[in-house]
Ligand binder design. Sequence first.
Ligand code: TXA
Ligand code: MG
Length: 373
Amino acid sequence: MTARARVLPPTPDNLALAAEALRRGELVGMPTETVYGLAGNVFDPVALARIFDVKDRPTFDPLIVHVALSQRARRCADLDRLGLVDSSALSEAARSRGDLLMDRFWPGPLTLVLPKKSDVPDLATSGLPSVGIRMPDHAIAQALIAQAGLPLAAPSANRFGRISPTNAQAVVEELGDRIDFVLDGGPCRVGVESTVLGLEPDGTLKLLRPGGVPAEEIERVCGLAPGSLQPASLADSKGRSAPSPGMLESHYAPAKPFIVLPSALDGLSDDELLELAPAGTALGILMQSGDAQAASERVSRLSGASCVVEVLSASGDLAEAARNLFAAMRRLDASAAESIFAEPCPNPSTGLGHAIADRLRRAGAKRKDLFSR
Ligand code: TXA
Ligand code: MG
């Protein structure tokens, strides 16, 4: 790959350059608090086609639109005025629920899926009658949207199916030969993508993708019973297509075999660990918490296999683990390890644990099960 993309510090000059490029229909690598996005003008079908092309993304996978709005303008009616949302398709109750969610969670990692206006090209939404919208909690993203004067369609800035980038260098690794520049906003604070939430015309909510805003917080704000907001299934029992087309089973995948362990390393017997790490092999280990050194020592004592260990959060803090997840997966993918074994998330149904468990499961989809447990 010959990287031509330049990583630009977010100076006023560079922001102006990027905003101008967006207005010309070009694409820009944009930092957000979740992951870096590949941004283009949502109202320009040529720019949208470029996004799909640059990412090798199938056109059945819809894009998220990024807006920057003042506190007073975060309402369904304002999104309607911007040419994005058909608020007349929402009931009164749905509109006030949408307004409440925007008021509480924007800017932030919550994407709301709302009835779309015909101004939004079908390419952006893959022909769906709805459009996903969020306001990123990132000063550079907001400045870029404001200066371009455009809502920006921006999927994560990785090639389709691969690990989302959480720093500017990772965007260059993914798309460096295909785009001109990336605005450098430093490492992403959240580290996993936004929660995608569908708002139905009657006000019902559907959790379409777990992400940076925990489902519990949405339930609390909307006065829903704890646990009532469950992820929509990928395909319904009659085999009809998924409610959120991009929720493919295999995603976020490293190039190397990636296997989620049935338990943390501490829960594996010596025999089981030996099976993962026969002498003479090199393995990567993604630990949720604890001590990398102790893990490597155990492996080298057992078989002498070499191992590269990444720990998401030594203290087991979920926010820290989410922030480190994709960069750690990337480092293991680039290391000498032949395959990568990941500890399962210990809290798969609380807070950010939900999103972490989802990303691990899909990074490891279609890989063999271990120890036939
Ligand atoms: O945090 C994020 O959301 C990042 C940053 C860049 O903002 N973006 C992101 O975009 O993760 P992307 O393209 O990687 O994921 C978009 C996903 C789709 O795959 C789909 O699952 C869901 O959002 N989505 C978008 N529009 C939808 C719609 N109209 N209906 C259902 N799901 C939709
Ligand atoms: Mg993505």
